[in-house]
Design a protein around this ligand. Structure first.
Ligand SMILES: CC(C)(COP(=O)(O)OP(=O)(O)OC[C@H]1O[C@@H](n2cnc3c(N)ncnc32)[C@H](O)[C@@H]1OP(=O)(O)O)[C@@H](O)C(=O)NCCC(=O)NCCS
Length: 197
């Protein structure tokens, strides 16, 4: 698949470039990253960031495995974070993707990931790329859960993570789903600490 660019008045989601590797490296030194990002190598080296930006991401687009975007302010080229949508697997009649995201610590707290999710979900649903998107986070990751709820995801419960973490475990995780036909009003039914923030 050829990479696509998405934009709104606030954000531009485009391709990661080689010169983004330094920012990816710096942002991923934040100790919450290995806690919450299952597949992040740790310790995280500049070489890991370079491999991600110039190797994994373009290869995953080309091989129809995963669509990963750089999150940037519409008025700047600075990298703020990353969002990705897996290429759907058939689940019965559904085309089911999963979403993942992070922001550099300096760029959190402005609702940017709610807007980035909106762009990616609108693209996925409107193009027929997928019709169902799954989200999950380590139980207790309130920022991620609140961002997912605000994007419209409906909580489906807690269970072992769907993917193995770097130590091979599947930590207790909160899970949610969004269908193409759902309205995006933040739903009831999430754990009280997520709604109560
Ligand atoms: C998840 C993430 C992208 C959300 O981005 P964000 O900019 O923090 O999101 P928002 O500003 O929209 O904040 C979401 C909500 O969480 C709250 N929040 C943020 N950090 C929090 C924290 N450490 N503890 C509790 N609540 C927190 C915010 O106040 C906000 O609450 P509100 O919706 O009631 O206003 C970002 O926190 C991040 O990159 N975290 C580290 C990586 C990660 O966890 N990725 C997701 C893996 S599943």
């Amino acid at each position: 698949m050829r990479p696509v660019e998405l934009s709104s008045p606030q954000l531009r989601l485009d391709q990661l470039r080689g010169d983004d590797a330094q920012k990816v490296f710096e942002y991923c030194q934040d100790p919450v990253m290995p806690e919450y990002l299952a597949r992040l190598p740790w310790p995280y080296r500049l070489a890991d960031a370079t491999d991600f930006v110039t190797g994994y991401v373009p290869a995953a687009w080309a091989a129809d495995q995963e669509c990963t975007w750089a999150v940037r302010d519409s008025t700047s080229t600075e990298l703020l974070g990353v969002i990705s949508l897996s290429v759907p697997v058939a689940a019965g009649a559904a085309r089911s993707s999963s979403i993942g995201f992070w922001l550099g610590a300096a760029h959190r707290g402005r609702g940017l990931m709610v807007e980035a999710q909106r762009l990616v979900l609108d693209w996925g649903f409107s193009t027929g790329f997928c019709d169902t998107v799954h989200w999950e986070c380590v139980a207790g990751n309130l920022a991620s859960a609140r961002a997912a709820r605000k994007a419209g995801f409906r909580y489906t419960g807690q269970g072992p993570a769907g993917i193995a973490y770097r130590d091979g475990t599947h930590p207790p995780s909160w899970k949610a789903v969004l269908h193409a036909t759902d309205d995006r009003t933040p739903p009831a039914g999430w754990p009280a600490e997520v709604v109560g923030g």
